[in-house]
Design a binder for this molecule. Structure first.
Ligand code: BG6
Length: 492
């Protein structure tokens, strides 16, 4: 039986940067998947907008190729493609040229009431100018949603400028700021785990939790994106958004409802409670790293400075570890260790909550070791939840306690393939649900905190420490946690 259509109303989605990397890799394939799963209404159009003289058919060919390149082979079928390709058209325009918006305007003739989405998959310095031109061309209707891709600026000031410029034309409730981690099923499940079960919440505080680790490890390097990445670095590219969002969902207070602003209010409180890292502490509480040539999965890979398009020397960090603190009633004194890096030995995003050891231990040392309980929320891959605890090794001889795990794999339990985050996010934009998108004060509060680290690094001239591709970052990152008597979680 086909699934019920989720979007029942007509819609128009315009993708600025429609021939770009993000559109080809993620957005257009995700829309195809939604169509294949019967999620989209029949009267829904997708319009690529970008420089170039493509006609509709050439654009369709480009999208078909992208679907072949970036979807699993089994995901593509010609029947869906025939339907999907009819939705596609292309407007050749230079988004910086005001006069070019006339061509776009024509596309909407007779569809003034239809909800429309402008997805700005472009460089952030175009967000303001494009929005202004859309406004001047009369293209922003009450039913318009504007999607802004990260990076939303380079620091607090530039982010504020973009937000202010866009905010002059479009109301806040119409702006959908993407952090694609929020579209991941396992990230949404963090709230369900905490707030739909009664087991964890009473323990979710400084009395019972020793510390929290948030890891987003990647095996990929920055090949192909060197210019962007070199101006950003891991703190801006990953910590300011994805890792801080994971931290917020782990640390926030229970919201009063699922309503978008109720959740965002709680996340902003966490961001505002993050303790600023002072310049004289930055060398102690943070580590910057950069990969050198090494090997991943037995294959040699180049160092950051030898990546395709690399231009000379660079001090940009491809790895960051931070010991963060949240100064509030629930978390005072509980460290949150964050780490992310490229060219690490395995792709793995997870949140580890380590509980305190029992206050009075009755078992003899000979029965140990006694690692404390850990709850591991695996964001990707092998999505699932694992709870590590001690159990008695069966047998009549000497008493032995063994660390064992309750292990829940989402794939096995639900028997389903986990959809790409962009499918969920695009669906939510089209149907006007803002919960999984970031409000302006959230983005700015995140920048406020990361700016203090960026400034401190600059002031103190904190250099990158090198690590070999395929290793778990520089040794200083291991020392960061081990000098507190703790260890990074690594699966056996
Ligand atoms: C992006 C970053 O936001 O997230 C990339 O710009 C990074 O550098 C990517 O590789 C990671 O996303 P995912 O979904 O593959 O974990």
């Amino acid at each position: 039986m086909p699934r019920p259509t989720l979007i029942t109303h007509p819609f128009d989605v315009v993708v600025f940067g429609g021939r770009g990397d993000l559109a080809k890799r993620k957005l257009l394939p995700a829309l195809f998947q939604l169509d294949r799963d019967n999620r989209l209404s029949e009267d829904g159009r997708i319009i690529g907008a970008s420089r170039g003289n493509l006609d509709d058919n050439a654009f369709r060919a480009l999208v078909e190729q992208a679907c072949h390149d970036f979807l699993p082979e089994k995901a593509f079928d010609t029947k869906t493609w025939e339907r999907f390709s009819r939705r596609l058209s292309f407007v050749g325009m230079d988004a910086t040229q005001h006069d070019d918006y006339g061509a776009l305007k024509k596309v909407f003739e007779g569809r003034e009431e239809v909800p429309r989405v402008f997805y700005l998959a472009t460089a952030p310095d175009l967000f303001g100018p494009i929005t202004r031109s859309l406004g001047e061309a009369g293209l922003i209707t009450p039913e318009t949603r504007l999607v802004l891709e990260k990076p939303l600026g380079h620091d607090l000031e530039s982010s504020h400028e973009i937000n202010a410029e866009v905010g002059q034309v479009v109301a806040e409730h119409q702006i959908y700021r993407i952090d694609h981690y929020l579209g991941k099923e396992t990230v949404q499940n963090l709230m369900v785990l905490r707030f739909a079960n009664s087991l964890f919440e009473p323990l979710w505080n400084r009395t019972y939790i020793d510390h929290v680790q948030v890891t987003v490890a990647e095996t990929v390097g920055v090949s192909g994106r060197w210019s962007y990445y070199n101006g950003a670095g891991a703190l801006r590219d990953m910590i300011q958004n994805h890792l801080l969002q994971l931290l917020c969902l782990t640390a926030m207070e229970p919201p009063i409802s699922l309503e978008a602003n109720a959740i965002r209010d709680e996340k902003v409180k966490v961001l505002k409670s993050l303790v600023r890292i002072a310049p004289n502490e930055v060398a102690h509480l943070t580590v910057r790293g950069q990969y050198r040539a090494g090997a991943i999965d037995g294959k040699a890979v180049p160092g950051y400075l030898e990546e395709q398009d690399a231009k000379g020397g660079s001090d940009t960090e491809t790895y960051v570890a931070i010991k963060a603190h949240i100064d509030n009633w629930r978390w005072a004194g509980v460290p949150f260790y964050l780490r992310t890096g490229k060219r690490l030995p395995q792709r793995c995003s997870e949140i580890v909550v380590q509980f305190r050891s029992p206050p009075h231990f009755i078992y003899p040392d000979t029965a140990g070791p006694f690692p404390p309980n850990r709850l591991i929320m695996r964001i990707q891959p092998d999505e699932g939840i694992r709870f590590q605890m001690l159990n008695k090794q069966p047998g009549p001889g000497e008493l032995n306690l063994r660390q064992t795990a309750l292990d829940l794999s989402f794939a096995d339990t639900f028997g389903t393939v986990i959809p790409d985050a962009y499918e969920r996010l695009l669906l939510d934009v089209i149907r006007g649900r803002p919960t999984l998108f970031m409000r302006v004060d959230e983005v700015e509060a995140a920048w406020q905190w990361t700016d203090t680290i960026l400034n401190a690094w600059q002031q103190q001239n904190v250099p990158v420490k090198h690590y070999t591709a395929g290793a778990w970052g520089p040794s200083a990152a291991i020392a960061l946690i081990e000098r507190d008597g703790r260890t990074w979680h690594e699966e056996d």
